[in-house]
Design a binder for this molecule. Structure first.
Ligand code: SAM
Length: 460
């Protein structure tokens, strides 16, 4: 689809480092955005056997470009959370985090604007096991997709919350790392969504700026002294990027952080007009990725953390009798505690119990760690999340399926399997868990979650 870029946007970018009006317009004339995926280190599979030779994304350790956009919905590995389909530019977050903070430490990280979860899944893969990741989404209708994607990714040290940034801002000096991947005017994604051009206007940019400043002011108190604030948008507008960086330096005790890039990556380093704060811009005429801006800041000030309230929480510890039923399902030597919430057992790192208490007392918790299942008639009915997590004991009976059958399973259809085994078993595709079945003699019950099943038909 051919479309005309707003002249007001082009004019506003004149003189900006890396902006070349002619080649920028040309690359928007016949948009062919690259498709890219990022692999889940918790779920290794032979990516090259599956998809052929792939070109790595130079600023990412686990990102690859695909030669064309497949129908992810018909790829069992996508459903299993073996990879995340993520725009390449956004994967640069990895460099920002790796170069600015000690990832071997035990950190508290917040992804404030997290849905659908692209950057949260990346943060989850980068943080140490002793760290905590809180993924927040304020828009109610978008919170479920975040929860689903975090479930697929399979990490245990994650809390999904649904709050206004102001609520999180009350957790004074709590986080070592805060990512604000802010809602923006979206010009960086015009190539992927040409219809969005019609919604763009200078007024819309101003509205976004006001919202970005409000979000940043609300969350700033939650950042610890020497903590890292990462701000990003998928807008080209200077008002939403470098000017926000200047506003941050004016308003708060923040120091810009410089990130090393290689010349061959063709990422443009910019400096804001007043404070010369470093920012990193992705122009699609210069590299294989869509429009993106990211900047990092260290907090200079900040006192001691304020005492958080620990109201009575709704979850309770798992009674010893039930713990004895559940433990054999988990890998040995795991330092996770188990809790019960509304009859559902969940596992969460033992070392982070205080954080679980603090977050659930102060925020609206949607999901904590990994759901393990429910006890019924003295037995565990395992939750789908357990199958997708790294907690599951490898001793479970595994039934590998070929693609067609795996897709049948993911449609929640009846799958014909010849097995002597009776009881619970894991369905795998290419060595990655897809979910549970229960074999009852001649009948096999498919436990794939109804709300996740594939509804679309394959195009013949
Ligand atoms: N980080 C996500 C990812 O990588 O998958 C994309 C985030 S998207 C750019 C911005 C998010 O901010 C959206 O999920 C949107 O619902 C949320 N949002 C909208 N208004 C907000 C507000 N006032 N405060 C915080 N977040 C908001």
């Amino acid at each position: 689809m051919k479309f005309t870029l707003p002249a007001a946007l082009l004019d506003s970018l004149e003189g900006l480092d890396g902006f070349d009006r002619e080649s920028f317009c040309r690359i928007h004339e016949h948009p062919e955005p690259a498709t890219s995926i990022r692999l889940n280190p918790l779920k290794p599979f032979d990516v090259f056997r599956e998809y052929g030779e792939l070109e790595p994304i130079p600023w990412s350790r686990s990102g690859y470009y695909l030669p064309e956009r497949p129908s992810f919905i018909f790829d069992p590995l996508w459903h299993a959370g073996a990879y995340y389909a993520q725009e390449a530019s956004g994967m640069f977050l990895e460099q920002c985090v790796q170069q600015s903070i000690d990832l071997s430490a035990s950190l508290r990280a917040l992804d404030l604007c997290a849905a659908p979860g692209g950057k949260s899944t990346l943060l989850q893969s980068l943080l140490s096991e002793d760290s905590l990741l809180v993924s927040n989404e304020v828009i109610k209708s978008r919170a479920p997709i975040l929860e689903e994607n975090m479930s697929r990714w399979g990490g245990v040290n994650n809390l999904v919350v649904h709050n206004d940034p102001r609520d999180l801002g009350r957790m004074i000096n709590y986080f070592d790392l805060i990512l604000v991947d802010a809602p923006c005017s979206g010009s960086g994604l015009f190539r992927k969504d040409p219809a969005a051009v019609g919604e763009w206007s200078p007024d819309a940019v101003q509205l976004c700026c006001a919202r970005q400043r409000r979000i940043l002011s609300d969350i700033y108190p939650a950042l610890k002294k020497e903590g890292l604030l990462i701000y990003s948008t998928c807008s080209y507008s200077i008002a939403e990027n470098e000017d926000i960086a200047d506003w941050l330096c004016d308003s708060f005790d923040l120091l810009p952080v410089r990130i090393d890039t290689r010349a061959s990556w063709n990422i443009t380093e910019t400096k804001s007009r007043k404070h010369e704060a470093f920012g990193y811009r992705f122009f699609p005429d210069k590299l294989k990725g869509e429009g993106f801006y990211i900047a990092c800041f260290k907090k200079e000030d900040g006192g001691r953390p304020e005492r958080l309230t620990y109201k009575k929480h709704k979850w309770s510890g798992l009674p010893a009798k039930e713990e004895a039923i559940v433990r054999p399902w988990l890998r040995e030597g795991l330092s996770v505690n188990m809790y019960v919430l509304d009859g559902e057992i969940f596992a969460f790192p033992a070392a982070l119990e205080q954080d679980l208490a603090a977050v659930s007392a102060n925020l609206y918790l949607k999901k904590a760690g990994v759901r393990i299942g429910k006890i019924a008639q003295g037995e565990l009915v395992p939750n789908h999340e357990l199958a997708l997590s790294a907690l599951l004991n490898k001793k479970n009976v595994v039934i590998p399926l070929k693609k067609e059958q795996a897709l049948q399973y993911l449609r929640k259809e009846t799958v014909t399997i010849n097995t002597e085994h009776r009881g619970w078993a894991i369905i795998q595709y290419e060595g990655v868990n897809l979910g549970w079945i229960k074999v009852l003699g001649s009948r096999i019950n498919n436990y794939y979650p109804k709300e996740w099943r594939i509804l679309k038909e394959v195009k013949k």
